[in-house]
Structure formats: structure tokens, C-alpha cells
Design a protein around this ligand. Structure first.
Ligand code: NAP
Length: 273
């Protein structure tokens, strides 16, 4: 027979409060140990948004806020996301950053076609919250950029460089954000070079110019080719995406690391990998 007799059988308010907070804290600790991430997803109804939702569910993460064109108010006080992910359009990216900065939630931006003005605004938000923007979350492109950098350093300056990208017919921006980042990598090495969009009306490759060409059609997910043309030889570095899901997996891989970052700054993918 049990000898223990409780003095007061009723549970006091303080006790309820204690157990409520104890369970909440334990759940929070356990979920974060598992790498479970609460995500506010901007562009959730789009091609990328749907894939991120699918992969996030598979990985045990939770989309706590779904943001689309019809969303008029971004309020993270109730949903309390660990991170905001953005695969939408530039105007929505800025709205999301405004709300995220107000709630001090880090933002991972995948949206492309951001103007210099957008980037300037994003730089301002990055003084308040950590922000990471990458036009391409595939591992292969990361390696392509490294190889292009190496080739640019190793090959003589008289090798002409041309970048060709191909995307589906609905892509809103051209040239692609990835092509622009490849151009920027090359320009960091060949300081005196400039990007030239097409060679219309010009008879020859102007020395120091880097040709950029965007092809649009059908359901091409994303292809990038970088050519180094010499006299009598040519080096080609190419990347093909055959399944859009790799972007979603790559973005979630980064999100799982990035949501823990708490120093406000504009981050490069390299810093988080
Ligand atoms: N970084 C990467 O690795 C990577 C990879 C692939 C694509 N992307 C980029 O991700 C972006 C989205 O691509 P996607 O193929 O998913 O495009 P999509 O299928 O056209 O989807 C666009 C999404 O943005 C939403 N949206 C449009 N206008 C909006 C507004 N004014 N306010 C709020 N939400 C708005 C749409 O909502 P509604 O349904 O309500 O219109 C939809 O959910 C593009 O910039 C693309 O280039 C990046």
C-alpha cells in the first residue's frame, strides 16, 4: 500500500505554469536537437515552394507560414519561425525581409532577378538580421564556379570567355542570377573585363568583354556553359540540372545550418557550407 499522501491534492496555478513551461522547453530542446526547423516560406505555391514543402516534410521540418501573392500581412508573432525562406519575386523578397527584420528572424533568399536597389535594401536589413542570398543552391554549380575561377586564373588572357545559360520559357529574369554570379567571379580575377549581353551588331569579340547569352524555352530547368576560346583549342565547363528538387534539397541543407546563425550580416553560401 502506498504510504505517500499528498498534502494538498489540488494542482495550483504555479504548478501548472511550471509544468507548461517545462514541457514547452523540453519539446523545444528535443526538436532543435533533431534539427527540426520551423520555416516561413515565401512563394510556397510556386514550383520551388511546392518542392521545398515536400522535401521539408520528408526531413521532418515544419512550414509554419505560407506566403504568396494573396498574403497581405506577414505576422510572425504567432507562427514564430526559426527561418524565412524566399523563392518568389523580388517585390515579395523585400516585403519578407521587412517583416523578418521586425521579428528578428534570419532570411535565406533564393529569388533571382534582384536589382541593385533591391540588393541595397537587403544590405540594410542585413544590419538587423542574418541574410543569405544565393541564386543557385545546387552543389554542382558551386563546383562549376570554383573550376571557372581556376580556369580563368590558369588560361592566358587572350582566351575569350563566353557564358551561355538556358532556362524554361517562364523564367522571369535574364541573364540568370547564376550566370551573373559566374560573371562576377570572372571579373574578380580579370579585373578589367566587362560583361556584354549578346554581340548584336558587333563583328568581333571585343577584347576584355565576356559574352553573356540567355536562351529561353520549353521546360529546361537550368543549364550553364562557360567557354574559354583559344586559338586552336577550347575549354568548356558545363552544368545541367535534370531535377529541380536538388535546389530544394540544397536550400534546406543550408537552412538547417543557417537558422542557428545570429550575427546580423549578409552571408555568402561559402561561409555556411
Ligand atoms: N536559388 C535557387 O537555387 C533557385 C532555384 C530555382 C528557382 N529559383 C528562383 O526562385 C524564384 C521562384 O521560382 P519558381 O520557379 O518557384 O517560380 P513560380 O513557380 O513562378 O512561383 C513564384 C511564387 O512567388 C509568388 N509570388 C508572385 N508574386 C508575388 C507577390 N507579389 N507577393 C508574394 N508572392 C508572390 C507566387 O505566388 P502566387 O501563386 O500567389 O502567384 C508563387 O508562389 C525565381 O526567382 C527563381 O529564379 C532559385
Amino acid at each position: 500500500m502506498c504510504q505517500y499522501k499528498r498534502k494538498d491534492p489540488t494542482i495550483g496555478k504555479a504548478e501548472i505554469r511550471f509544468w507548461y513551461h517545462f514541457i514547452k522547453l523540453t519539446k523545444h530542446r528535443l526538436s532543435h536537437r533533431r534539427g527540426f526547423v520551423k520555416i516561413a516560406l515565401s512563394g510556397s505555391s510556386g514550383k520551388m515552394g511546392q518542392l521545398i514543402t515536400k522535401v521539408a516534410n520528408e526531413l521532418g521540418h515544419e512550414i509554419v507560414s505560407k506566403i504568396n501573392r494573396s498574403t497581405v500581412e506577414y505576422d510572425f508573432r504567432k507562427t514564430k519561425p526559426d527561418i524565412c525562406m524566399d523563392f518568389s519575386v523580388p517585390i515579395a523578397t523585400i516585403k519578407l525581409c521587412t517583416a523578418a527584420a521586425a521579428s528578428k528572424v534570419p532570411v535565406l533568399i533564393g529569388t533571382t532577378g534582384l536589382t541593385n536597389e533591391d540588393l541595397h535594401k537587403i544590405g540594410g536589413f542585413a544590419k538587423v538580421i542574418p541574410i543569405l542570398a544565393s541564386p543557385n543552391f545546387s552543389v554542382g554549380i558551386h563546383v562549376l564556379r570554383k573550376l571557372v575561377g581556376e580556369a580563368t586564373k590558369m588560361l592566358p588572357k587572350d582566351f575569350d570567355i563566353e557564358i551561355v545559360e538556358k532556362h524554361h520559357t517562364h523564367k522571369k529574369d535574364a541573364p540568370s542570377g547564376t550566370a551573373l554570379s559566374i560573371l562576377s567571379d570572372i571579373k574578380n580575377i580579370r579585373k578589367d573585363s566587362t560583361g556584354v549581353f549578346g554581340h548584336y551588331g558587333k563583328s568581333a569579340h571585343v577584347p576584355g568583354s565576356i559574352g553573356m547569352h540567355a536562351l529561353r524555352g520549353g521546360d529546361v530547368i537550368g543549364e550553364h556553359d562557360v567557354y574559354f576560346f583559344g586559338l586552336g583549342e577550347r575549354l568548356e565547363i558545363a552544368h545541367r540540372v535534370t531535377n529541380r528538387e536538388i535546389f530544394a534539397r540544397g536550400a534546406l541543407f543550408i537552412a538547417e545550418k543557417f537558422y542557428r546563425v545570429n550575427v546580423p550580416k549578409l552571408y555568402d553560401l561559402e561561409e555556411i557550407l
